[in-house]
Design a binder for this molecule. Structure first.
Ligand SMILES: NC(=O)C1=CN([C@@H]2O[C@H](COP(=O)(O)OP(=O)(O)OC[C@H]3O[C@@H](n4cnc5c(N)ncnc54)[C@H](OP(=O)(O)O)[C@@H]3O)[C@@H](O)[C@H]2O)C=CC1
Ligand SMILES: O=C([O-])CC(=O)C(=O)O
Length: 268
């Protein structure tokens, strides 16, 4: 059975924990959780789970896999350590990898420990195809992300538009992924994942909209190249606990965890 350590136990972490039962066929248990404020966790995922804010305690648990769902800073703080301690590292705060130095350190740590840095599709679709297509020439990869106004509270977008009265879709960003992933650390990690799959942070085009006409978080990917063309749009149901994030993220992490030990792996 895989010993899984979670960094972060917010909207995604708690949703992910609901998949660790027999019914979902995940041969794994949550052995430890690392957060800044353990006292905020009133209901642990299981009675033996260690909940701590001390990295030494967390990384002494003999973890097979560390799953990060805590934000860019936590990838900086703990990413290399997780790999160096001999665990696979699954991250969703992918925008942290726009820091080239950090990304290099993570790759070096993965090579040294013979473990993997795993980036699930999470809230986006089409990464399998675009990543396969990157084995030959890609001409263009583009993302258009849209979220309803309630997803933008607590971000710099509040200074750009009145989220209470907005009536029409409003473009808050038009540029390339390196900047979008940094500008929206909690909301547009998908642009970083798409970049890594395809043309990189500096050539992946991104537009971001506040859209009062939608209820779901939408991400539309288009790409063309030697392989042909692809166009895929997802409409993610937002998590009740955090409308910036979506239910599909934890389902995608579950898939990544199952792939680690599955005899058959589909759609990578
Ligand atoms: N790739 C993708 O498609 C997606 C990626 N994401 C990423 O996932 C992250 C988490 O999302 P979500 O669960 O909704 O966020 P929440 O804000 O609901 O939860 C964040 C959790 O992380 C903990 N945390 C924050 N900072 C640290 C830290 N430095 N060290 C340890 N724990 C920390 C918090 O607890 P405490 O305050 O006690 O530390 C909390 O438990 C987002 O910030 C975003 O980067 C989200 C959606 C999609
Ligand atoms: O959940 C989503 O729709 C996407 C998201 O927050 C992110 O990319 O960080």
């Amino acid at each position: 059975m895989l010993k899984v350590g979670l960094i972060g136990y917010g909207a995604i972490g708690k949703d992910l924990a609901t998949y660790f039962d027999r019914e979902h066929g995940l041969n794994a248990k949550i052995t430890g959780i690392l957060v800044r404020s353990p006292e905020k966790i009133s209901i642990p995922p299981n009675e033996r789970c260690v909940i701590t804010n001390e990295e030494d305690t967390f990384f002494s648990l003999g973890l097979d896999v560390v799953v990060e769902a805590a934000g860019h800073q936590s990838v900086q703080q703990y990413g290399v350590m997780a790999l160096a301690k001999g665990a696979h590292l699954v991250i969703v705060s992918v925008g942290a990898l726009t820091d080239d130095e950090l990304f290099s350190s993570l790759k070096e740590a993965a090579v040294a420990s013979k473990k993997q840095l795993i980036i699930p599709s999470a809230a986006i679709a089409g990464l399998d195809r675009i990543n396969a297509a990157s084995n030959h020439t890609l001409e263009e990869v583009k993302l258009v992300s849209r979220k309803p106004p309630r997803a933008w509270y607590g971000t710099f977008v509040e200074e750009k538009v009145d989220l209470k009265t907005i009536k029409e879709p409003f473009c808050v960003f038009d540029g390339y992924a390196r900047e979008s992933a940094k500008l929206f650390p909690e909301s547009v990690n998908v642009s970083a994942a798409l970049s890594l799959a395809g043309m990189g942070f500096d050539q992946t085009k991104v537009q971001v909209f506040v859209d009062p006409t939608i209820e779901k978080n939408s991400h539309e990917v288009t790409a063309k190249g030697h392989f042909g063309e692809v166009s895929v749009k997802v409409q993610n149901t937002p998590l009740l606990d955090n409308p910036k994030s979506s239910y599909i993220v934890s389902m995608s992490i579950v898939k990544a965890l199952k792939n680690l030990s599955a005899p058959v792996v589909i759609g990578v």
